[in-house]
Design a protein around this ligand. Structure first.
Ligand code: F6P
Length: 364
C-alpha cells in the first residue's frame, strides 16, 4: 500500500500532528507514505519544485519532532483548485476547467493507492470530486473556524480560541488604563464560534457573531450603561463575518478559492460606536495570528486521533469518507454530508445562554 497525504486551504494548528501520526501509523503497517507539497501542486506541477521535488517520501525521520509545530511541513495553498482550474482565454478573460480526472491519473502514475486529504470545506470538496472519479480518498477535518458539519470539532479551533482569548486579555488591561473601548476582530468566516468562545472566556462586554444580526445602538447602550456604573472601558469582540440587522457584511474582495474575502468589520463597528457613544474606540484585528504558532494539547491530540483514524479507515476499506469526532469515538462519515452544510452556532446553545446571563450584548 502506498498512500499520499496532502494539506490544503488555510493552515491550522495541528496539521503537523496529523501528518506525523498518519505517517507513523501507516509505516507501522508496512505502507509507503508520500507527502504532496502545497495541496496538489507538487503532484500537478513537479517542475516548480526543482530543488526538493513536488512530493516527499515521508519517513519516520522526516516527521520526527514535528507534532508540536504550527503550520504544515508540506505547505498549503488555496490556489489552483484542480476541479476549477483557472485557464486564461485568448481574449485575456479567465474561465475554469475540471482537471480532476487528469490529477487522478497522476496519482495512478505515481503508484499511489489512496489519499488522506487534510482540509476544510474547500479541500474536502476537492477530495469528494477526486473520489467520484475513482481515487480512494479519506478526509480529515481541519479549520480554525470549526464550521464543518458532522464532526463535533475540527482541529485548529481550540488553539485559535486560546490565542484570541489571550489577545483579548491583553487588551483588557490597556483598555482599563485608558478608559477606552476596544473592538477586536477575529476570524471565523460565516460562523461565530471563535468570537463566541473567546469572547465569553475572556469576559468581553459585547460579542457580534454572524448568527445574530446586530444593531449597534444596542451595543452602545451596553457601553454607556457600563459607564454609568463607573466602568469606563469595554471590549467588543466581532467575528469577521458578522452582519448588521440591515444585512451588511464587510467584504474586502474576492478570495481565491472562496466566494468573498471577509475583513474590515472591526474598523466599521469602531467608527460607528465612536459616534454613538462619544468615547474613544480603538480596533485590533487578530487575523492570521489565530492560525499561527504552537497547537494546543487538545488540537495535537485531535490531530493524533484523526491522523491514525484515517489510516485505520483505509485499512478497513473506507473511501469517500471523512473522519469525524463523535465522542467518545472518531467515526467515518460520507464526505458529501460533511461538505453539504456549514456548522454555525446554534442560537439555543448554552454558551449563548451563559453569555446573556452575564449581561454580554449580542447587539440584539
Ligand atoms: O478558513 C480559515 C480562515 O482563517 C477564515 O477564518 C478566514 O476568512 C480565511 O481563512 C482567510 O484565509 P486567507 O487569508 O488565507 O485567504
Amino acid at each position: 500500500m502506498r498512500i499520499a497525504i496532502s494539506t490544503g486551504g488555510g493552515d491550522a494548528p495541528g496539521l503537523n500532528s496529523v501528518i506525523r501520526s498518519a505517517t507513523l501509523a501507516a509505516l507501522r503497517r508496512g505502507w509507503d507514505v508520500i507527502g504532496i507539497r502545497d495541496g496538489f501542486n507538487g503532484l500537478m506541477f513537479p517542475d516548480e519544485y526543482p530543488e526538493s521535488g513536488g512530493t516527499i517520501t515521508l519517513t519516520r525521520e522526516y516527521v520526527r519532532g514535528i507534532g508540536h509545530l504550527g503550520g504544515t511541513v508540506l505547505g498549503s495553498t488555496n490556489r489552483g483548485n484542480p476541479t476549477e482550474f483557472p485557464v486564461q482565454q485568448a481574449d485575456g478573460s479567465w474561465t475554469t476547467e475540471d482537471r480532476s480526472e487528469e490529477l487522478v491519473g497522476m496519482f495512478r502514475e505515481a503508484g499511489i493507492d489512496a489519499l488522506i486529504t487534510i482540509g476544510g470545506d474547500g479541500s474536502l470538496a476537492i477530495g469528494q470530486k477526486l473520489s467520484d472519479v475513482g481515487l480512494r480518498v479519506i478526509g480529515v477535518p481541519k479549520t480554525i473556524d470549526n464550521d464543518l458539519a458532522m464532526t463535533d470539532a475540527t482541529f485548529g479551533f481550540d488553539t485559535a480560541v486560546d490565542v484570541a482569548t489571550e489577545g483579548i486579555d491583553r487588551l483588557f488591561t490597556t483598555a482599563t488604563s485608558h478608559s477606552r473601548v476596544f473592538v477586536v476582530e477575529v476570524m471565523g468566516r460565516y460562523a461565530g464560534w471563535i468570537a463566541l468562545n473567546s469572547g465569553v472566556a475572556a469576559g468581553a462586554h459585547a460579542i457580534l457573531i454572524p448568527e445574530i444580526p446586530y444593531d449597534l445602538t444596542r451595543v452602545a447602550e451596553t457601553i454607556l450603561g457600563r459607564e454609568a456604573r463607573g466602568a469606563r472601558f469595554a471590549i467588543v469582540v466581532v467575528a469577521e463575518g458578522a452582519r448588521a440587522v440591515d444585512g451588511r457584511r464587510s467584504v474586502i474582495g474576492k478570495s481565491v478559492g472562496q466566494a468573498e474575502r471577509l475583513g474590515g468589520i472591526g474598523a466599521q463597528v469602531a467608527s460607528e460606536l465612536e459616534e454613538l457613544t462619544g468615547k474613544e474606540v480603538r480596533t485590533m484585528v487578530l487575523g492570521h495570528l489565530l492560525r499561527g504558532g504552537t497547537p494546543s494539547s487538545l488540537d495535537r491530540l485531535l490531530g493524533v486521533r484523526f491522523g491514525t483514524a484515517a489510516v485505520r479507515g483505509l485499512e478497513l476499506g473506507h473511501r469517500g469518507v471523512m473522519v469525524a469526532l463523535q465522542p467518545p469515538h472518531v467515526s467515518y462519515v460520507p464526505l458529501v454530508s460533511a461538505i453539504s452544510k456549514m456548522r454555525v452556532v446554534p442560537l439555543d446553545c448554552d454558551t449563548i445562554d451563559a453569555a446573556r446571563d452575564l449581561g454580554i450584548s449580542f447587539g440584539d
